[in-house]
Design a protein around this ligand. Structure first.
Ligand SMILES: [Fe+2]
Length: 433
């Protein structure tokens, strides 16, 4: 073969190789020297602190954040404060036994994490992450004001399946519906197979810059735990959530204070739905922590998020262990609402009269495309089936306004809660399906 022909053969083989690699999983979810998967998380005291986490490949051995106040002019790097992040080398490996995903490589990455502190309430900021030559774009965020003025947040029941293909439109619709939302809250089962980096890749594609702009708050679901009953390491290293829960349930049971609201994550998926915990350590430590936290609470509103429903929307499901142990604590302290997922349908209701004693609004919802039949149970005031939803919840002083909105932006459910001067709640029904 002539030399020229060898050259053409080489170019042809190189083309095939590049073509094959560009369609392999590794080429799409692998880390690079540039920051990706940039995500904000609420800190314990959301009025002055905010956490950011991102990922690079191993060639970027350290990470920095640059922060400055919002400006309408060109961004002058001379105005920035620089912070060095905490960097951890992590190997993400799917260890599930029941399912095999051909062609997916293990992913090694450096995860970088930093908590901005001493931020000013009500101030707008710009930030970027990375290092010289490898910076992200500048993102913006706004700190909550120190008064009790109105704010809104978004709630998502299980995203879980077809995250890039079909959940993406829900998170984008929610951001479009409520562009000034203060944070986005999740009821667990963010992905389907714990530890599978490819699914996290899809979740970050769906959320894109929204995750770097709006703080995310997550409680885990059963699908966020691996078959060995350990939490997916992505939860430990790609988020920086408050580590203020009981030591036995690190990082997945926690609280965050946002203006006059206390948000609490109870981990009802730990040890796969509290079942394998023979001495109930995970259960008892969370109960004691929750009771003591609420005993000293000074926030006007308290909303709990947990994966398992206290009252299921599925006909054949009932999480009695969760309800028996936690409901008395929630009622004792007058918690306002519990946001849950797991059942892949929609239901909303109460189990006692607001005028009689502190009652709790229970919500089961789903944002992803995995949808199940809804049951027909006495507790349900409103129910929905075969519909992807998100919630916009607005708090304005002593008023809470709840809206459940469909993936195509239609109002599906709505109510208002008002705090009365005697401390009790007044419930106002706005819409019944
Ligand atoms: Fe679940």
């Amino acid at each position: 073969m002539k030399r020229k022909n060898y050259y053409h053969l080489f170019i042809l083989l190189l083309g095939f190789a590049l073509c094959f690699n560009s369609t392999s999983f590794g080429q799409q979810n692998i880390a690079t020297p540039f920051p990706d998967r940039i995500i904000l998380n609420l800190a314990e005291d959301a009025s002055t602190s905010l956490a950011v986490t991102w990922r690079t490949d191993l060639s970027t051995t350290e990470g920095f954040c640059e922060l400055q106040r919002m400006t309408p002019t060109r961004i002058d790097p001379a105005n920035t404060k620089s912070f060095k992040a905490t960097t951890t080398l992590v190997k993400y490996e799917y260890i599930g036994l029941r399912y095999v995903f051909e062609g997916e490589p293990n992913i090694e990455a450096n995860q970088h994490s930093h908590i901005f502190t001493d931020l000013e309430p009500g101030e707008k900021y710009l930030y970027r992450v990375g290092k010289e030559g490898f910076w992200s774009e500048w993102f913006e965020f706004k700190m909550p004001s120190s008064d009790d003025s109105r704010f809104s947040f978004i709630y998502f029941g299980d995203p879980q399946a077809d995250l890039k293909s079909e959940w993406s439109r829900v998170v984008r619709r929610a951001y479009n519906y409520s562009p000034e939302c203060s944070f986005m809250l999740y009821g667990g089962d963010i992905i389907n197979r714990a530890g599978r980096d490819w699914e996290w890749h899809e979740w970050f594609v769906a959320g894109s810059y929204i995750f770097a702009t709006v703080p995310q708050v997550m409680t885990p679901g059963n699908h966020d735990y691996q078959e060995n009953l350990e939490i997916d390491p992505h939860w430990t290293y790609q988020f920086t959530q408050p580590a203020n829960g009981p030591k036995e349930v690190k990082n997945t049971c926690f609280f965050s204070d946002y203006k006059n609201l206390k948000i609490i994550s109870i981990d009802s998926a730990i040890k796969k739905e509290l079942r394998e915990d023979e001495n109930d350590i995970m259960l008892n430590s969370q109960m004691a922590w929750l009771d003591s936290l609420l005993t000293v609470n000074t926030k006007e509103w308290v909303i709990v998020t947990t994966h398992l429903p206290f009252y299921s929307s599925a006909e054949s499901r009932d999480n009695t262990k969760l309800r028996t142990h936690f409901q008395p604590i929630l009622e004792k302290h007058g918690v306002d609402m519990v946001l849950t997922g797991h059942d892949h349908s929609y239901a909303r209701g109460m189990v006692s009269d607001f005028s009689a004693k502190p009652s709790i609004v229970y919500v089961v919802s789903v944002s992803g495309p995995k949808l199940y039949e809804v049951g027909n149970k006495e507790w349900m005031k409103v129910r929905g089936e075969n519909v992807q939803l998100f919630q916009e919840i607005s708090i304005d002083g002593k008023n809470l306004h709840y809206k459940a909105v469909t993936a195509d932006g239609e109002l599906f459910d709505e109510f208002i809660i008002k705090k009365k001067s005697n401390g009790k709640n007044k419930f106002i029904e706005k819409r019944l399906k």
